[in-house]
Design a protein around this ligand. Structure first.
Ligand SMILES: Cc1cc2nc3c(=O)[nH]c(=O)nc-3n(C[C@H](O)[C@H](O)[C@H](O)COP(=O)(O)OP(=O)(O)OC[C@H]3O[C@@H](n4cnc5c(N)ncnc54)[C@H](O)[C@@H]3O)c2cc1C
Length: 370
């Protein structure tokens, strides 16, 4: 292990690896340490939105289609109404987390990043960290250690703009040719069931809910069409769960310690934006290193999270209110072009200001009649 590095990244999940690659691409020496051994898995709906894919490509990371599946847009359904929209600027991509991790690890290795799996960071000093009992000096310490970030706690950044809230997600994979070119989101009064194509013959099925006791089987019972689709398909992974937390930090840096990915705050998984945000933050962080200005990163971080936070609030409102959800989906079914434009806003392809008054009024009218 190098005893001195420009950037030391604690946590080698997608955010940590992306931040490491972005910094290395800018010429900095980088070390990454993760307690887990690669390839690291995590319960996830496994969709990367188009803006996230663009940020990955900018890092020089390309995901081959033999290990993934493109999706052209998003489809919402509640069993009574359904509406779908295509992305304006090219598809998103579904890929297994383990595959994404392998690809990022390969890229990091090829870029000359000093990687350490099975390595727990146990202490820190003003000029570095202690990892597996060895002191490593660094100029910047990056906390990419996820929801329960040790770096966030240790650096005193555990101060929130609003109280954190949690939901629970479970996922499984099935061997079946994806039946749709969209990520399908099935809304129920108990949560959302996601179906993401993740390979030529594989789908990821995830259920997100406020109730930790609800599992995928409970969601399937509400959607007979999913049961029919998955009948006879091989189940290829065990059900795995994860917590989805909504958390907004007051600040994402302190001195030369800085946070990225879920360690730096998160939006509910309902948006499918977590990975995209992390990949965009990685670029912003590398740029800030170059300018030696972490305040610049903080303001970019705020900009990156603004839209996903707004979308998450809107979607969680629909999650909580059955009446509002049913009416909204009926009204959107009648105004699919508005859904297309909302999706374009969600992925950053269209500024919110471009949703015109006429469209809003037309939606309002359909909502009232729905
Ligand atoms: C149910 C669910 C569905 C989701 N679906 C989607 C989706 O479809 N699309 C999307 O974009 N996002 C989705 N997300 C969000 C996405 O999973 C996260 O945004 C993403 O995992 C964040 O990556 P990260 O690297 O910040 O954190 P993590 O992936 O949690 O990685 C953190 C890493 O830090 C390591 N670590 C922790 N502590 C230490 C320590 N002390 N020392 C060293 N290493 C440490 C861990 O081992 C881990 O590898 C979903 C989330 C959930 C819960």
């Amino acid at each position: 292990m190098r005893l001195e590095t420009d950037v030391f990244v604690v946590g080698g999940g997608p955010a940590g690896l992306a931040a490491a690659i972005a910094a290395r691409n800018r010429g900095f020496s980088v070390t990454v340490a993760d307690v887990a051994q690669p390839p690291i898995d995590k319960a996830c709906a496994e969709g990367i939105m188009p803006d996230g894919l663009a940020a990955l490509r900018k890092l020089g990371v390309n995901i081959p289609l033999d290990a993934a599946a493109s999706f052209q847009g998003i489809r919402f359904s509640d069993g009574e109404s359904s509406v779908q929209a295509r992305f304006a600027q090219g598809p998103g991509l579904g890929t297994r987390r383990t595959k994404l991790h392998e690809i990022l690890i390969d890229k990091a290795g090829a870029a000359g990043i000093d990687m350490h799996g099975g390595a727990r960071v146990t202490g820190s000093a003003p000029d570095g960290v202690t990892i597996n009992g060895i002191n490593v000096r660094c100029r910047w310490l990056v906390g990419a250690d996820g929801q329960n970030s040790w770096v966030r706690c240790w650096s005193g950044l555990d101060s929130f703009r609003t109280p954190p809230s949690t939901r629970f997600g479970f996922r499984r994979h099935y061997r079946v040719v994806p039946w749709s070119e969209f990520v399908e989101v099935y809304w129920t009064k108990h949560g959302q069931l996601y179906v993401t194509p993740v390979g030529p013959e594989e789908v990821c099925v995830a259920f997100l809910s406020r109730n930790a006791k609800l599992r995928l089987e409970d969601a399937f019972a509400l959607f007979p069409e999913i049961n029919v689709r998955l009948r006879g398909a091989d189940l290829i992974t065990r059900e795995q769960g994860a917590v989805s937390t909504t958390r907004a930090l007051r600040s994402v840096y302190c001195g030369s310690t800085v946070l990225v990915g879920e360690a730096s705050g998160s939006v509910d998984a309902i948006t499918g934006d977590g990975l995209s945000m992390a990949f965009q933050q990685a670029h912003a962080l590398a740029e800030a290193f170059l300018n030696d200005d972490l305040a610049q990163y903080e303001s970019e971080h705020r900009r990156i999270e603004r839209l996903p936070r707004m979308m998450a609030s809107l979607m969680l409102l629909l999650d909580r209110n059955d009446w509002l959800r049913a009416r909204s989906l009926r009204a959107l079914e009648a105004s699919p072009q508005l859904f297309t434009r909302m999706l374009a806003v969600h992925t950053g392809e269209l500024p919110l200001s471009r949703i015109g008054m006429e469209e809003t009024l037309s939606f309002g009218w359909r909502f009232l009649r729905a």
